[in-house]
Design a protein around this ligand. Structure first.
Ligand code: SF4
Ligand code: SF4
Length: 141
């Protein structure tokens, strides 16, 4: 019978038992976000004028916008995070969130806990809350 300590994988297995893990222990250990990291698109309904430019330029057809209904919706699961919509929006209504785990937060928000379907993402944007004063750009920096 062959000596098990002469098998090539045994020294490596023993080394791995005492060495540090090769990967992070996600999700308990999160990688710090870096500047310019891409994430989910965040929409500011208060500044949007529903010009539909973002929907026309989106290469993945992830945005649906209607000037008549004054509605805007994004399918985050179709979005490829290219950033084109953020670049073309003249009103600065779109930004990209670098928060980890933001893309699927709607799944947790659905009453039955399932992943969001197209209907959920394409719901019309809520009407703007006109009771609160707009936040100035200087205050958000
Ligand atoms: S490009 Fe900007 S302002 Fe125009 S519809 Fe899109 S988010 Fe709204
Ligand atoms: S980031 Fe790209 S794919 Fe995603 S909604 Fe914007 S334009 Fe479309």
């Amino acid at each position: 019978m062959a000596n098990p300590f002469r098998l090539p994988m045994v020294p490596r297995a023993l080394r791995n038992l005492v060495s540090r893990p090769a990967t992070r222990l996600y999700p308990t250990e999160l990688r710090p976000r870096f500047a310019g990291a891409r994430g989910a698109i965040v929409f500011d309904v208060e500044s949007c004028n529903f010009c539909m430019l973002c929907a026309r330029r989106c290469p993945a057809a992830a945005i649906e916008c209607s000037r008549e209904d004054r509605s805007w919706a994004i399918d985050q699961l179709t979005c490829i995070a290219c950033g084109v919509c953020v670049e073309v929006c003249n009103k600065k209504s779109l930004s990209m969130s670098a928060e980890p785990g933001r893309v699927h937060t709607r799944a947790e928000a659905t009453p039955d806990g399932r992943r969001p379907g197209r209907e959920e993402w394409l719901k019309p944007a809520p009407p703007p809350d006109l009771t609160t004063a707009p936040v100035s750009a200087a205050a958000t920096d």
